[in-house]
Design a binder for this molecule. Structure first.
Ligand SMILES: [Zn+2]
Length: 106
């Protein structure tokens, strides 16, 4: 299982993905953080008519995923859309086309 790169704020402890130069909450310095890549589906949608450059593989699933360590990320889920459920455990697969890819935990 891969890890997801993000940041953790040195002052307010806010953490998120992807990484940034300064904390969007308090403007302080951030340090690079790696998150385990384990999470759960918060919500998802099926993209049937993708934007230019993302036609391959359509229809595909884009989900909001709550990582176990806090941050919420938008990612493509390589499984489904059949049998996907809110709250289902997923894990990070890879970065592809500039976005994150997750798959369902079996
Ligand atoms: Zn902060």
């Amino acid at each position: 299982m891969g890890s997801v790169h993000g940041f953790s704020c040195t002052r307010c402890d806010w953490s998120d993905v992807p990484t940034v130069d300064v904390c969007p909450r308090c403007g302080s310095k951030v340090t690079e953080a790696r998150f385990s890549g384990k999470g759960k589906i918060d919500t998802f949608t099926v993209i049937r008519y993708p934007p230019e450059g993302f036609e391959k593989g359509a229809p595909y699933v884009v989900a909001l995923i709550d990582l176990d360590q806090g941050p919420r990320v938008i990612a493509r889920i390589v499984d489904g859309p059949e049998n996907l459920q809110i709250g289902q455990p997923v894990f990070f697969l890879k970065v592809s086309n500039g976005g994150l890819e997750f798959r369902v935990k079996h």
